[in-house]
Write a new protein. Sequence first.
Length: 416
Amino acid sequence: MQIVADVGGIPGKDCNGFCKYCYFRKVKGIEALGCKNCSPSKVGCESCTTGVRETGNEFLQPFLVVSSVQSTLMLGNYRDSNLKVNISGGGDVSCYPHLLEIVSAFSDFGLPMHLGYTSGKGINDAKTAEELVSKEVKEVTFTTFSTDPQIRREWVNDKTPEESLKALQIFCESAEVHAASVIVPGVNDGEDLINTCTNLEEWGAKAFILMRFANFYNQGLILGNEPIYDVEPHSLDEFEALVRKINDEFNFKVTGTPVCDPDNDTPFAISKDKNKEYLDILSDVTSEATILTSKVSAPFIERIIENIEADSLVNVVAVDQDIGCLITQKDLEETDLSLLKETVLIPGRAFVHDKVAEEILSRDGVDRLVARGPDKLTVDGEMSGTLSNDDILKSELIAFEDLIGAINFFGVRVKK
């Protein structure tokens, strides 16, 4: 179990400058997207304005970070738990000016620590990594991009790449490192990727997450920030093939986002034929509805609906957005309404106001009910590497049971 120690921070400001590929680099506007947290009568809240843009959270004073963890410990029953403090924030935690101070405090509490996403740009002396490890930093999620100092200098905006990479090596040798790289075609996806993986394996990294470079609206750049760079990202098929290739060639755990985990069969492990038997525990579908989802998820969900023999009641419609939780009003406006039933379920975290969604999806004169499904139906590559096959199957089955519950509750009941 992990307790989050949020140090705050703003992308670009509190990370020693934007990485060249960072999707926050060109974020525009302050207008509200709409989301499930908005009030029924108003479009806009903290979550879908400053929250999604991560613009309103400066680095916090250390006493606030430490006292927050103390309060959580006091209020929670953690005596028998295997606890770890996850130090994270909107900036780069290695750039947090009080990092050693709070790490020392948590070490005095007797708590091991996980450094959340860091590129190491705040470490200009590798000895800092040694000190962090000596104070019970046991796990590090490190945005590597490349182990070539010159590529890091140009693309990660790392002023001291040699020291950052030395720090990464120290972390790999002394802690559990989950390395991560955004894969930019023609930059770090060829020989450089093989060299990076070779170094990570030799140093002792436990896992490596490949993250597909996003450059367009339908790949998740919904904040007026497209394109980031003049390059065509990998197609989903190309990216999945790359993930599987690296997984076959190296011995550490390899996952990809938005696809795939070759070992745990995510996303949507329960869609695989070898796991079909687990679907028998799901409730029967008794109502008609449409599941409106992303183009990545749609074929998997459709297969599951077919496997539980509910395809006569439920159809799956894909919008032109890769990630379900990044579906927006624009995606709904481009949907072919003739494909929709009277009840439509959208992803729980979709960035659209409930009332606006109903208005858009009913503009053909059919008064449709729009409801939200679960926040997640599967586990992404950033989480699947830390879970067992059983954990993943269990989480997906629970999510689909919730989805079926929503279909049966909100959908049009079928008379027997």
